[in-house]
Design a protein around this ligand. Structure first.
Ligand code: ATP
Length: 364
């Protein structure tokens, strides 16, 4: 299965540049997710690959073919849209057959392909229905089936699950993942939902303002965000960010000192994921203790989200329910930070700095 290679891809609409010289390689057979806030250029990227938009500059390769100048139908790409885009007057069968008939695939072959894909997606009993006689989830499945029967080189998904309710979305997510593994077709999937990106992607491309901010595995994106944009965008609850300075005495903010943190001197932003804040215990190598006060405890079953006050600032922490069982709102709590999981960013450029290796002495 061919991969996709975008080379200095640029798109302008009038005065506005919505893609800035985007370089991206989507590996053969991979499930790659393009994620970023609304308006960052995700859909435009997909439409350029599909041939529904013309780039202002740059090249698009699918496998070893340069498809930049090719008509959409010559690219052998199948796109699945958020709104399904099914033909309302056609049956499910005819919706799935439509693209194949346009390509003059023999009817017997069409029938065989539709049967196979309908079985794969549990659509056998629905083939004679029209879209309005289907639930949203079933319509989405037909739209996916229509893409699969075309046996494309590449699948492009544009927020295909956003119109489904939460439960169905999670179920379809898993189904889509398994389906893609089974078919092995190179897939580029657009979403603005970072959780969806984390659970679906072999690799995730985080975009912002028409630029690629980071391209990596879900682990790399989560545990080593390349800059503040990615750090803020990925993770829920969001990473705690504390502005301060690094110097010979460690990290200092207006009301927080972590003398054991080391790194290049200058203004920095310290990033702490809510999961990496713990009740302080001696002997566990935690940075601390830091005296905080509990403002709010929100229980999510086995885990709790805590809103904490540390000096003049608010921190969000996520802890095991058992650890916070006896903590009422207003209670004091000594915090410890996992030193291996702290993030430092250059306050000016927003770029990630080398990990803030703490010296072994306990924090003051
Ligand atoms: P969303 O998640 O909201 O769909 P997106 O990341 O997919 O956002 P795009 O749809 O690619 O973003 O849009 C990127 C930018 O390009 C936006 O500012 C949008 O207004 C602009 N844009 C998109 N299509 C056109 C067009 N045909 N003409 C002019 N501007 C456009």
């Amino acid at each position: 299965m061919p991969g996709i290679r975008l080379e200095r891809l640029e798109k302008r609409f009038g005065e506005q540049t919505v893609l800035h010289a985007l370089d991206l390689v989507v590996d053969e057979g991979s499930f790659t997710v393009l994620v970023g806030p609304s308006g960052c250029g995700k859909t435009t990227t997909l439409r350029l690959i599909a041939g529904l938009e013309t780039p202002t500059a740059g090249r698009i390769h699918i496998g070893d073919r340069d498809v930049t100048g090719l008509e959409p139908r010559a690219r052998n790409v199948a796109m699945v849209f958020q709104n399904y885009a099914l033909y309302p007057h056609m049956t499910v069968y005819d919706n799935m057959a439509f693209g194949l008939r346009a390509r003059r695939v023999p009817e017997a072959e069409i029938r065989a392909r539709i049967r196979r894909v309908a079985a794969m997606l549990g659509l056998e009993a629905l083939l004679d229905r029209r879209p309005r006689q289907l639930s949203g989830g079933q319509q989405q499945r037909v739209a996916i089936g229509r893409a699969i029967v075309r046996e494309p080189d590449v699948f492009l998904f544009d927020e295909p699950l956003s119109n489904l309710d939460a439960e169905l979305r999670v179920a379809m997510r898993g189904e889509l993942r398994r389906l893609q593994r089974r078919l092995g077709v190179t897939t580029l999937y657009v979403t603005h939902d970072q959780e969806e990106a984390m659970t679906l992607g072999d690799r995730i491309a985080v975009m912002e303002g028409g630029r690629l901010r980071q391209y990596g595995t879900p682990r790399e994106i989560y545990f080593r965000p390349a800059d503040l944009v990615v750090a803020r965008f990925v993770g829920s609850p969001a990473m705690n960010l504390i502005e301060g300075t690094l110097g010979p005495d460690g990290f200092r903010a207006s009301d927080l000192e972590l003398p054991t943190l080391r790194g290049p001197a200058g203004p920095v932003v310290l990033g702490i994921r809510p999961d990496d804040i713990h009740p302080f215990r001696e002997g566990r190598g935690l940075v601390g203790p830091l005296a905080a006060r509990v403002e709010l405890v929100e229980l999510l079953g086995p885990r709790a989200v805590l809103t904490l006050r540390l000096g003049g600032r608010e921190l969000t922490a996520v802890m095991a329910e058992a650890e916070v069982r006896d903590l009422g709102e207003g209670a004091g709590l000594a915090l410890g930070l996992d030193p291996a999981r702290l993030h430092l960013f250059d306050a000016r450029s927003g770029r990630r700095l080398p990990d803030p290796a703490p010296v072994s002495a306990a924090a003051g």
